[in-house]
Ligand binder design. Sequence first.
Ligand code: FRU
Length: 521
Amino acid sequence: MNNKIGLLVLLFGLALACQESPTTSEENTRPQEKTTERNNSDYYTEQHRPQFHFSPDSMWMNDPNGMFYYEGEYHLFYQYYPDSTVWGPMHWGHAVSEDMVYWEHLPIGLYPDELGYIFSGSAVVDKHNTSGFGTTENPPLIAIFTHHLMEGEKAGTTDFQYQSIAYSNDKGRTWTKYEGNPVVPNTNKIKDFRDPKVFWHAPSERWVMLFAAGDRILFYNSPDLKSWTYQSEFGLGWGNQARPWECPDLFELPIEGTNESKWAMLVSIGKEAANGGSGTQYFIGDFDGKNFTIDTNFGKAIGKNTNTARWLDWGKDNYAGVTWSDIPGSDGRRLFIGWMSNWQYAQIVPTEKWRSAMTIARTLSLRRTTEGLRVCSQPVKEMLQLRGAAKKLGAEATNYRLAEVLVEAKGDVAIELSNTKGEKVVLGYEAATNQYFIDRTESGKVDFSKDFPGKSIAKRATKGDGVKMQIFLDVSSVELFGDDGESVMTAIFFPNEDFSSIRLLGDGVETAQLFELKKTW
Ligand code: FRU
C-alpha cells in the first residue's frame, strides 16, 4: 500500500470508529448494520432461536421501547446492550415491520451519552409539530426516555434518573438528542424515576407523561414535549406492593359490546408477580388528562394494601410490555408487545449468541366478565398469515415444529409437547381448580436457575365450564390465550432437542385443531 492510500485508509477507519461510538448528545447515527437476511436459510437457526418471535440479531435485549406507527411502519425499539449477552450500558436497538410479524433489524437508534444510559421510554408522532423539531408537513418523531447516570448511582446519589427526549426527521432512521435535556429533572431526588410513557390527550389538547417513581406513578402535562408540569400521582397502596414499579402505560379502551369506555393502566413489577418474579399488573379507571381515578368496583376488588392484583399475563415470561402509539383511528386497535423473559433468570438463560425475545404482538380489549372488567389480550390478526397446513390433533403423537393449536373442551385437558429425550412441557386446563397451567418442570435445561422449573397457573375470569384455548408454539416458547384472551400465560423453555411431538390428553376435548406455522426469518 503506498503512503497516500495508507493515510486515506487510516483516516477512513478513524472516521468509522468515531461514528461507531458517538459520545455527543447531538449525533446518533451509524452506518447501516446488518439487516435481516430473510432468504438465507442459515439465518437464525441457532438452537433455541425463536422462529416467529422478534429477537435481537445478537447480544442482550430487555424491554420493548418507543413503539409507534408511522407511514406504514410499526417501529419497535428495545433495551439493548450490543457488547454482551448480559445487561449493560443501555442503548435503544431498533427494528421495523409492516405487520408486527416480519421484522427488519435497523441500526441502533439511541446511544448512551454524558447524561447516562438510555433506559426505557416511549415515542410519539408530533403531528402538529408542537415541539418545533419538524414541520406540520413532515412531523417530527419524538422519543421520550429515561437517562440513567451510572456514575451517579455508583456514587450513592438518588437523582441519577431523569427524563429526556430526542427527535427524528427521517422516519425514525436517525435521532438527535435535545440540547435542553433532561426535560424532567429529578429535583426531589427520587431513586427510581423512570420509564416515561407519553401520549396526546385530545380533550385537553396537552401531552401527558406518566412514569414510575418507586411506589407510585407520576403524571405531567406539556404543550410542546419540552416543558413539563407536574399534575398528580396514582398508586400508593394499590395493587401488588412489590416495588419499584416500572414501565407504566395508560390508554382508553371501549368496553366490548357497549358504548362505554374506561382507562387501563399497565404497571410492571420486577418481582413477586403471579407466579414469581417479573410480571405486569393493571388498573381500570378514568383519566381526565391530569388525574387517574381508580374505578370503584375495580378498587374494591383488589383492595388497598392487600397485594392483590389483576395480571395482564399470568405466565412467568411477559414483562415490561407496553402499547404502540399513533395507530391510525381507522384501525383503532390497542397493540401490545412484551419482553418474553423474567428478571429472575433473564441473564442466565441458555442461549449464547443473543438473549431474549419479544412476545407475539397482541390486541388488547376490555371485557365485562362475571368477575368484573378484564383487560384481554389476543394475538394480532396479522398472525393468521403464518398459518400453513392444518393437522389433526389427538391422543396420538403428531409431529410439529412451529404450531398454532385451537382447543375447545369441557373438563380437564392437557397438551404435551415432547422430544425423543423424554423432555416435555405440559399445559392445559384443570377443571377442579378452574385454572389454566403451564408446567415446564421437565422441559430440558432447567438447572440454570431455581426459579425456572415448575408449574405456573392462571385463574380464569369466568366459572363457565366450556374452555377455549389458542396456543402458539415456537421452538422455545408457548403463549396460551384462554377464553378469548381473558386468561393469558406466556412461558419460555429450553429443551436439549427441539420439541417435535404433540399430544392431547384428557377426556373433555370437544374440538382440537393444529395449524403448522411458517417461520418469519
Ligand atoms: C424494566 C427496567 C426498566 C428500566 C430498564 C433498564 O425491565 O428495569 O425499569 O428502564 O429495565 O434496562
